[in-house]
Each structure stands twice: as C-alpha cells, then as structure tokens.
Design a protein around this ligand. Structure first.
Ligand code: GRF
Length: 191
C-alpha cells in the first residue's frame, strides 16, 4: 500500500506522519508529499527529510477539472493507492475523488459538523463552546463533510487563550492522525 500526503501550509501533521512512518508505525509506504503551493513549509520539510515531493500550482485559466486531471495522472504515475490530507487547502472535486473512491481522508481541528472551514479552532474558541477537539473523516466534495472516522474531544475551559488551545489541538492531531492512518491503510489492504 502506497500513500501520499497533500499539504498546503505549515506541514506539522506531515512531519508527524513522516516520523510515524520512520518508526514503522504505519504499514504503508509514504510515496511523496504533494503541495499546491511551492512556498508551503511542508515542501521545505519534505526537502529536509529527503521525501520526494511534487508541486502543482493551479493556473488561473485552468478549470478545477483540468487541474485535478493532471493531479490524478501524477498520483497514478507514482502508483499512489490512497491519500492523506493534512492542511490541504483545496476542496477536492469529483475528478479526483472518482479516481480515489473512499481512499482519501482528512483531519480537521474541531468536532465536525461544528465549525467546518479554515478557522475551526478560533471559531470554537470565540463561540465559547464547552467542548472542542479534532475530527478525522473520509473526504467527499464538500467542505469538511464526509463520513467521520474518529473524533477526540477536549474541554475548552482548560485553555485560557486561543494559543494554548491551538497548541493542544495540534498535539492531539500529531498523536492521533498517524494511528488512524494506520487503521485506514490496514483496512484498505484487506479489500
Ligand atoms: C491542521 O490543524 C489540520 O487539522 C487542518 O489544517 C491544519 C494543518 O496544520 N486541516 P499543519 O500544516 O499540519 O501544521
């Protein structure tokens, strides 16, 4: 089983996944990092760790379908079987998801369906909800929708500032995403 990580930003989850791969905690091969942004720090982390990486920036005249057709071609060429999104900021559409049915998962820093979108941690903090957490889910073509695979809750009252809460959420992400990825790839291996 061969998987790729897609990231657009900092890439701390990518690094946590990479460490788990190196510790043999994930029984699939990490083929590459893919990014839609050449400037993303995730790309730097791939370079620093000798992980193959690919960058495809979407051209403004390109349709989503054209962009994803190229992406599918690239992933198939690399013999990627499944995909793990880790801060990938594009919404995958039908072209990609049809090529990888039930083979893409995502992590989100809130208890979905609450607070989807870019600011999951801040939105929950500002709303003053009692509980927040992380969600790992199968990806469909909506924004942070798709069947939920895993959630971990925490009490927001334990965190005085948004920064403290963010730190805790990221710690949970780094701990649980590799574990859920391992379950995900193992299940695919039985198909
Ligand atoms: C994470 O909080 C993840 O839940 C969300 O985007 C963030 C990515 O962080 N989808 P990083 O780039 O892995 O540091």
């Amino acid at each position: 089983m061969r998987f790729a990580v897609f990231a657009s930003g900092n890439g701390s989850n990518f690094e946590a996944i990479l460490k788990a791969v190196k510790r043999n905690e994930i029984s699939a091969e990490l083929v590459c990092l893919f990014s839609d942004k050449s400037t993303s720090y995730a790309v730097q982390r791939a370079k620093d760790n000798g992980v193959p990486y690919f960058i495809l920036e979407k051209e403004s005249k390109q349709t989503k379908e054209e962009y994803e057709t190229k992406l599918v071609y690239l992933m198939k060429k690399e013999k990627v079987d499944c995909v793990v999104l880790a801060g990938y900021m594009r919404i995958l559409g039908k072209t990609f998801l049809t090529a990888y049915p039930n083979r893409v998962i995502n992590i989100h820093p809130s208890l979905l369906p609450n607070f989807p979108g870019k600011y999951g941690i801040k939105d929950a903090f500002d709303r003053g909800v009692k509980k927040t957490g992380i969600t790992i889910h199968q990806v469909d073509d909506g924004i942070d929708t798709g069947p939920i695979i895993f959630q971990k809750e925490i009490e927001t009252k334990d965190f005085k500032t948004l920064e403290e809460l963010e730190e805790k959420i990221h710690e949970l992400e780094h701990k649980y995403y590799p574990i859920v990825i391992e379950e995900f790839v193992r299940e695919l291996m039985t198909e």
